[in-house]
Design a protein. Sequence first.
Lengths: 778, 198
Amino acid sequence: MFLIIHFIGVRYLLIVFLLCSGWLNTSAQDCNLTLKGHVEDSDTKDQLSGATVIIRSINREVTTDDNGDFTFMKLCPGTYELEVTHVGCEPISQTVAIEKNTHIDLLLPHLKNNLQEVIVSGTKQLTNTGFKQELSGTRLEQASGLSLAEALAKLNGVTMLQTGSTIAKPVIHGLHSNRILTINNGVRQEGQQWGNEHAPEIDPFIADKLIVIKGVDELKYGSDAIGGVILVDPKPLRYLPGNHGEINTVYFTNNNEYVVSGVYEQQLKKMPAFSYRLQGTFKRGANVRTPDYRLNNTALQEENFSVTVGWKKEHYNLEAFYSQFHTKAGIFTGSHIGNLTDLKEAIAAPKPDDIFLNEKGYEISRPNQEVSHRLFKLRSNLYKGANKFQLTMAAQYNERKEYDIVRSSTNLKPQLNLSILTLTEDLSWEHPSVFNLKGTAGISFMQQDNSYTGRYFIPHYISATYGGYWLEKWKKEKWDIQAGIRYDYKAFSTQRLRNAVLTSHDFDFSTLGASLNTAYTIRPDMHVNVNLSHASRAPHVNELLSDGIHHGTATYEVGDINLSPEKSYNLSVGFDYANARKTFTAELTLYNNYIRDFIYQQPKPDEPVLTIAGAFPKIVYEQTNALLRGFDAAFSYHFLKQLALSSKASVLRAYNRNIDDWLISMPADRISNELVYTFKGNEHVSEPYVGLELANVFKQSRVPGDKFGKQDYKEPPPAYNLVNLNAAVTLRFGKHPFTLGAGVHNLLNTSYREYLNSFRYYVDEAGRNVQLRLKFSF
Amino acid sequence: MNYDSNFKTQYMKKYFGNFTIAIALMLFLNACSKEVAEEDNDNEVVTTLELHIMERVTFNHFIYKFDDPDGFGAGSAAPVIDVIRLSPNKVYDVELKLFNKTANPVEDVTAEVEEEGADHRFYYLPSTSSNITVNNFSNDGNGVPVGIMSTWTTGAKGAGKIRIVLRHYPNGSKATDDPVDSPKSSTDVDTEFTTSVE
């Protein structure tokens, strides 16, 4: 703590702490109270599992378990308003005053006019018992203002694939892009996700939870989730009269980035069936600074908004959602590479030329990329007895423009311009519980139309995908078994018009996905979980037909129309344990993912492509049998009541079995240790904490050798260690809580480079970055 | 039971009413989409570099070129690169021209380079054995060489190579002393011709 006083950005943080400690001295009470409760149907006295209990004032939400029980931990003394909702019941709101650990029984009345057979238990699906990691609450708040990938990278086993500081996409257990499905508000996100420098087009402020799952539930979204599924889940719409709003502001010192995000939701008393929510985010950042220099043209800006409206009746509900995402991100000027010679010179230089450095400001010039994504979704649930039918229809339009450095300043056109329209229709049926079996069957249909103007990289295409799935979940006593299967048929035709010659190709692929998950409860706080899953993914158009220069890497990328689908066979074993007092928790996940016909890029150094700008090394798509195995481990230990240590480790080994060598571009092993001290709070100050994290990333020494020519231009960067800091406090005046938070990334301003950032060839990663955040609820 | 089925009809109507609207919307959106690909249009591509060479005394002139009229990549023909043949002990005035032949009509890229002369520079790098020296470059508006015009002087007979490079400097940062591999600039054109002074 003495050290950091010297750092300029940190003084704000100290002010926050001084402010807090002033409050803390007056505190006498402790914010470690527990509220337990039980939810029942007031008429049938059935235990209501899957009921949602929300305390909006502190933004916490829990779901009742199979016995209808719920728990809120770490509450401060005070009065809270609980909102309880359950399918088929009237929502209720109940005020509860908490002075000590409390238990409360809540009775939910049936919906009025409910003359049909009773819909109570059995409508809520069992949760996915496969592998699940969730970022919500405090940890999601710590990520506020960051991009979706940066937020997800806080989860163990998730890393990032970056292009400089402005573009990042998530990597799960070494896999990314088309091997991961991102489900935005229940809809499979479809853009140009195949590209390494194409980040997901989602505003993380939409989400109340970011969840990474592996298990049977992923079959609802596709048979191709080889790496897993990311769920971006918003909070359910409010169905209690009243309104609620929240404003989040974030400021980052490194690049003078500011973020403002607001959400407002309302439910009118006069129209109990109707509810709506408005949400928007604005973000603007200037050029990013590494410890030794500032990088020109690394500014970014983003404007997003979304509108949700809902109509909820006893037997059906409807939800319409529209969101618009728009971003413009500068790409460091010094990374513009004309040919291989340029690249080698840039790599040889210890730092970029001064002409590319040390400009401040928010201006974005070439090269840059501008991406917009619009999503319109209509979802309807229909309840018939204990059956639930769901129809989701969505239209997405994604437009991507890449602006390269051009010869003439009068050329205002993008050099690459891709647009894709995706229409999806999904229909599902959840059947009533039979012999402890709950299940869902569904069909889905997707149409896509992709077009381009300007430079060719991937062709124009239209595609149609038809899929069907069936999942069953069975639970009895200590056993929980889930199984599912899915089949997809995808057909597409591509076109390219070049020098007045039209080239067309037709493809069709059948893919199968299946998953079997068995969970066993050894003791109430000890579980073991075994998942066996199969996923297959049809090659994407870029893998089949890309043809062009990849400017960042100075390679000539060529697709192969003879590729076949890749098929993964994944065995994962999970184990979790908590001691009786919950002061110690541990989690371990082991995975072994064998991927047949894994599609990857193989450099062909002996077959350069000669152009007028020089010769470019060719890189082609090939298939191999790959084996990705590793583990994620985490434990946390409260060795004092207020002091906890959390540690996590993530290790991956990725082999190319056909050539008996390592796979390129896989995340290095990493471990992280965080000490968190939680202060005592009172009715005005709740849960102040300070956490100090030490993150160690090892050097990736497992890279392919030179057997088939040189595979990379530069050796992976050395290991690095980062010190990060996190702190927050929620203050409450009257009814309005506001949360002050601060985080420092790279506290010691360490110079380092990350293997999975393609700019590791040219520049260091960003230096110290202090994040200051303020959240206000009303 | 009777009431029940009535109720059902009611909500089914409501439900499927919305469904119909959505389907109509989908079909409408789908109808808007283009069915045929547009012609590739890489507005930055250069396919052809021509050297218009004139001997000072005889005014004999000839054109040597690097020509890749259909561009590069899958299915395109390999570029044709002429051998530059010059006579010994002569002085030649050389004008360089760039074209994009994939555009229709053919685009004169030299004009663009000339307009943005402060950001561009051609470098001529003859090998020692070529017995060619290049100097007397044309300048941009700031008096810094841009090299669209140059003078080539031949010595005794010899065979070698000449590399011609066009470099792009950001924001007019080009200076007279900048070498071809200046870290400030990046490459737009980089070709090599075989030369023969015979």
